[in-house]
Design a protein around this ligand. Structure first.
Ligand code: NDP
Length: 344
């Protein structure tokens, strides 16, 4: 069987963090419902990923696959493929658990679903606090963070971090915490790197906060070719020529570019050949000219831009005027009523 060797990056708490992980968000379909029918494929692909050398898995309460992810991890431990301490597991706390006292309940629920005694990293998924009914709870993320510091102290997780925090939110959090976040997980990608993201990445890195890139392919891959998504795509001649020069694929160039910026990426795929492809990026180097060429693709387009959260306090992105009142999809609300798959 093929094997990959994935290097690690040290977090600000001294813990080694694999520089590439396996993403487990199966996404929403056209009706904005969860696509958990792919969960079996996800388990097969994740099992293969661990077999070939992946040691970092990114999941979340939101994704509704924590039980399936935990089942695979526990099987690999039972079969002697890995030890628990070899695997780095990240999960995330959702919007409706932002009260300080709710954080521990939420993290213990994640552990129960994952069937693990601890996780390696738990993230504040977004800085907004929204009830299951869609009401803005206006809970300061500094309060949420105090709950995170408590679960760290209790050993439920080895590290704590944030996701989707903008630069002002990062500055405020760093100025008012006892334990600094180990990571900020944000959208960064090669083809449509957001203009503000360079500043945010540079700021986080200057403060010792590791940046984790979600949606590392942006809208490059066919599954993300929205009607308004910008060029270039996977058949872009410039991308193809850089890929050809290194004997690699366009997607490998995208992931390598992030790695060379000191960014950890967590591509998601349920396709085994791509599991191997995505992690086979540690045996070549992009040169200065390649990096400069890739940097020119920046165009400010966000793949993940949840307009329906725009009116909420602490929404971290620029507001697109005229589109503030889109309804939140029902699948992102009312988690406990079983309508959208009961994940409690
Ligand atoms: P990705 O950029 O990882 O893209 C996933 C898509 O790319 C899938 O359709 C997959 O298809 C396809 N793909 C993967 N590898 C290749 C390849 N080598 N060649 C061609 N196509 C490929 O997007 P995600 O949005 O899934 O982001 C990755 C992870 O980041 C998520 O799974 C999740 O863990 C995390 N995330 C976190 C967020 C946050 O708010 N913190 C937000 C969004 C994501 P297929 O599976 O069919 O192979």
């Amino acid at each position: 069987m093929a094997k990959v060797s994935i290097p690690t990056i040290k977090l600000n708490n001294g813990i080694e963090f694999p520089a590439l992980g396996y993403g487990t968000w199966l996404g929403l379909n056209d009706k904005m419902e969860f696509e958990i029918t792919d969960a079996r494929k996800l388990q097969d692909a994740l099992s293969y990923a661990i077999d070939i050398g992946y040691r970092h898995i990114d999941t979340a309460h939101l994704y509704r696959v924590e039980p399936e992810v935990g089942e695979v991890i526990n099987k690999k431990i039972k079969d002697g493929v890995v030890k628990r301490e070899d695997i780095f597991v990240t999960t995330k706390v959702w919007h409706h658990h932002h009260k300080q006292a709710d954080v521990e309940v939420a993290v213990r629920d994640c552990l129960r679903r994952l069937n693990l005694e601890y996780v390696d990293l738990v993230l504040v998924h977004w800085p907004m606090s929204i009830s299951q009914e869609g009401v803005d709870e206006n809970i300061d993320y500094l309060e949420t963070w105090r709950g995170f510091e408590e679960v760290l102290k209790k050993g439920l997780t080895r590290s704590i971090g944030v996701s989707n925090f903008n630069i002002e939110q990062m500055k405020r959090l760093l100025a008012n915490c006892n334990v600094p976040p180990a990571v900020n997980q944000i959208e960064v990608n090669t083809i449509n790197l957001n203009l503000g993201q360079k500043e945010l990445v540079d700021y986080c890195q200057s403060k010792g906060v590791v940046v984790v890139a979600y949606s590392p392919f942006g809208t490059m891959v066919p599954s993300r070719n929205y009607p308004d998504s910008p060029e270039p795509k996977m058949d872009n001649p410039t991308m193809l020529s850089i890929a050809k020069k290194h004997g690699k694929t366009v997607t490998q160039i995208a992931l390598r570019y992030l790695y060379q910026r000191g960014i950890v990426s967590i591509p998601k795929t349920v396709t085994k050949s791509r599991v191997l492809e995505n992690a086979s990026i540690f045996d070549f180097q992009l040169d200065d000219e390649d990096v400069a060429t890739l940097a020119q693709f920046d165009n400010g387009f966000r793949t993940i831009r949840p307009l329906f959260w725009q009116p909420y306090e602490n929404y971290p992105f620029d507001v697109v005027l005229g589109q503030e009142h889109e309804d939140i999809p029902i699948s992102l609300l009312k988690w406990k009523n079983g309508v959208n798959g009961d994940i409690e």
